[in-house]
Design a protein around this ligand. Structure first.
Ligand code: GLA
Length: 378
């Protein structure tokens, strides 16, 4: 990827620059909890967005996306927002850095990536974190704190891309560490690294290829449901709610909102259970909670789809330890915790059954937990 970017950069801009990269993420458990002040348990993966960047001495940013073969150019003032949606991720990061008092000047860049798009692996967070990290290094002597870099990415989604997301994806992309999952308390922003060495198991993703598009999607509606319930219960977020509180106000809450809140309250505890189980090496409990999460996301939060439910059913039938839909939902992939000796059988069965039903195979994505945003050796 680096060689390709290098060649394109020198061809287009006649010089060379500095390389930066940031990662996509998985999330073992803790879905739709981040914007509810709950816990998440993600890790960065070995799928990256990489950019070569050179300061160009102007007040314009010139961007070439190698994967899309598309070029955009924009200034750094609010009114300079580019029309191209993909370029707004970079424009947004520039603007959010400036809004926080950071410096950004013109630069040229070529970027590319291997984070599968629309699979729920947060390619957009990888892009934002790569540029937030780079602008901090190039123009701000790395004075902007890491949490702020994650928030720059999150605010880019809110203010320039139309997704009212939580902090998980950008956090994982910035803070990711090799072989570690990170439990983040999204209320206090305290976090803890958990070494993830599941000896005898593999983590594998099965991408349904069902389009996952959070912009204008019901994602924002899920968040609104949670906020409505929190307001009814008189708490800031659902982090501070429990089932007894929810049931006490049952008659003031719509059936739909009730189900959404029930899922979130359950998920909060499941993350803590999984972290404890992992420390004990109790993979059976980890897996059980993953199945429970899938059930909640499908039946109560209603962000699954037929294709992902099928993949989940196949995992269960094959005796896979844990399986669930991962990420925002509405398509994307399942994450599966599979015993080594079951792996081949599971993958073959999932491919065969999915193909028989939908006419194509799910894409198998093996992941390794890796480092997050960084500057690359030139
Ligand atoms: C998307 C959002 C995250 C999070 C997940 C669901 O990935 O960007 O903030 O809410 O969905 O857990």
């Amino acid at each position: 990827m680096k060689e390709k970017i290098k060649a394109l950069f020198s061809e287009r801009f006649g010089t060379d620059g500095v390389f930066y990269a940031s990662a996509g993420r998985i999330n073992l458990i803790g879905e739709h909890t981040d914007y509810n002040g709950g816990f998440v348990f993600p890790g960065a993966i070995d799928k990256y967005i990489m950019a070569e960047i050179n300061v160009n001495g102007t007040d314009r940013v010139r961007v070439y996306s190698a994967d899309m073969d598309a070029y955009a150019e924009f200034g750094l003032r609010e009114e300079d927002a580019p029309a191209e949606q993909w370029a707004r991720y970079i424009f947004g990061v520039c603007r959010e850095t400036i809004k926080r008092g950071g410096t950004v000047r013109g630069f040229d860049t070529v970027f590319a990536g291997n984070v599968p798009l629309g699979a729920g692996l947060s390619s957009s967070a990888a892009l934002e974190s790569c540029f937030a990290f780079a602008l901090n290094d190039l123009f701000n002597d790395n004075r902007i704190e890491k949490f702020e870099l994650a928030k720059i990415g999150q605010s880019t989604e809110h203010n320039y891309c139309g997704v009212n997301c939580g902090i998980m994806d950008q956090f994982a992309s910035v803070f990711g560490k090799k072989d570690c999952l990170i439990r983040l308390d999204c209320r206090s922003l305290e976090y803890q690294y958990f070494p993830f060495k599941a000896d005898g198991y593999k983590l594998v993703l099965l991408d349904s290829k069902v389009k996952h598009e959070l912009v204008d999607s019901p994602y924002n509606k899920r968040r609104e449901s949670c906020e409505r319930v929190a307001a009814t219960l008189g708490v800031e977020t659902l982090r501070d709610a429990d089932m007894a509180m929810l049931d006490a106000k049952r008659d003031q809450i719509s059936d739909e909102d009730y189900k959404r809140a029930r899922y979130v309250i359950g998920e909060k505890q499941r993350v803590l259970d999984v972290c404890d189980a992992l420390e004990r090496g109790d993979m059976e409990t980890v897996g059980q909670r993953m199945y429970e999460t899938h059930h909640g996301l499908s039946a109560d939060y209603e962000v699954s789809c037929e294709e992902l439910d099928l993949l989940n059913d196949v995992a269960r039938e094959c005796g896979v330890t844990g399986s669930r839909i991962m990420g925002g939902g509405f398509g994307g992939c399942t994450i599966n915790l599979v015993k080594d000796e079951l792996y081949d059988h599971f993958i073959a069965t999932a491919k065969q059954k999915f193909n028989a039903q939908y006419g194509h195979e799910p894409v198998v994505i093996d992941v390794v937990i890796s480092d997050g945003a960084h500057k690359c050796q030139n």
